[in-house]
Write a protein that binds this ligand. Structure first.
Ligand code: 0O2
Length: 274
């Protein structure tokens, strides 16, 4: 097939990967800006290279004209979670979305592959808009923990190095490493609550500080310089205490001050217009 034709075929997949990556990243942001724990830690996306498509098609006896129908992972999204429990949450989010239709699922998290590979796979239908109208394509979403991703990235590069026939002694090491990853994920799950609490309070504090700084910045236009310096000094003092409750109170006070200045400036404008 001509390169130009490949480009035409792969273009909607490029678009789908970009859109899906933006959408999943937005989910992370939405959780964080609402002070919620995000079950998604990172998102990566890729379109399979032409040579990988040809290799897989040959391996699976797929004709070129059947590629789009039978190769389900031309568009691939990888979602990385911190904890095993997060995987089920992400799966549920995807099942409930109206812009993706789940075609099939494979659970290699509870049913580890013989190689030691663990991950949750979903094949979805996703529609992109092109110059020629809407096009429904398939995409594979792999959902796994940071630890599972570490193992599979290493194993994948070894498969590449040894062209699929990894020597037995290395296989044994990989199987041992996979067992250790399972243990590591379980250990991390047992302190999940503590870790989530720590991360949540860090996120809440970061959101509060960012809101306060925005408010102070807006006050520059309304309040006098001496008042701003007083507010800033007060902020630095409270910030150093590391006390979220004090920050919350200061945030509320700042809202009241800002509201007072806004009302004053509206009154002023109203009088000028009389
Ligand atoms: P790439 O280069 O990552 O795109 P199968 O019929 O079992 O041979 P199938 O039908 O493609 O494979 O489905 P499966 O098993 O769900 O695998 C899909 C993808 O999961 C693979 O795509 C890999 O990305 C990943 N995967 C599956 N098994 C393993 C494994 O043992 N080790 C690692 N590291 N990854 C795995 P590709 O096209 O094979 O590879």
């Amino acid at each position: 097939m001509e390169i130009q034709l490949w480009k035409e075929i792969l273009d909607p997949y490029e678009l789908a990967v970009k859109e899906l990556t933006v959408k999943f990243n937005h989910l992370i942001q939405e959780h964080r800006s609402q002070g919620l724990y995000s079950p998604i830690e990172q998102v990566h996306g890729r379109v399979k290279t032409i040579s990988s498509i040809l290799d897989k098609a040959q391996k699976k006896n797929i004709r070129i004209e059947e590629i789009e129908e039978k190769l389900e992972d031309i568009a691939g999204i990888r979602i990385i979670c911190q904890f095993v429990e997060d995987i089920e949450k992400v799966v549920e989010i995807i099942r409930n979305r109206t812009d993706m239709v789940v075609k099939s699922e494979k659970d290699y998290v509870t049913h580890t592959k013989k190689s030691g590979y663990r991950s949750y796979h979903m094949i979805i239908y996703y529609e992109v808009q092109t110059l020629g109208g809407g096009k429904k394509i398939q995409a594979e979403i792999q959902i796994r923990t940071l630890a599972m991703n570490f193992w599979s990235t290493i194993e994948h590069s070894l498969q590449y190095k040894y062209k699929g026939s990894i020597p037995e002694h290395i296989r044994t090491r990989l199987t041992n490493a996979s067992d250790a990853i399972l243990l590591l994920d379980n250990e991390m799950s047992s302190v999940r609550g503590e870790i989530m609490d720590a991360q949540n309070s860090f996120q809440i504090q970061a959101n509060l500080v960012s809101d306060i700084l925005n408010n102070i910045q807006n006050l520059y236009r309304l309040a006098n310089k001496r008042e701003i310096i007083r507010i800033q000094d007060e902020f630095y003092r409270i910030y150093k205490t590391n006390d979220i409750e004090q920050l919350r109170r200061f945030h509320r006070q700042l809202d009241v001050i800002a509201e007072g200045y806004r009302a004053q400036s509206n009154e002023h404008r109203y009088e000028e217009n009389l």
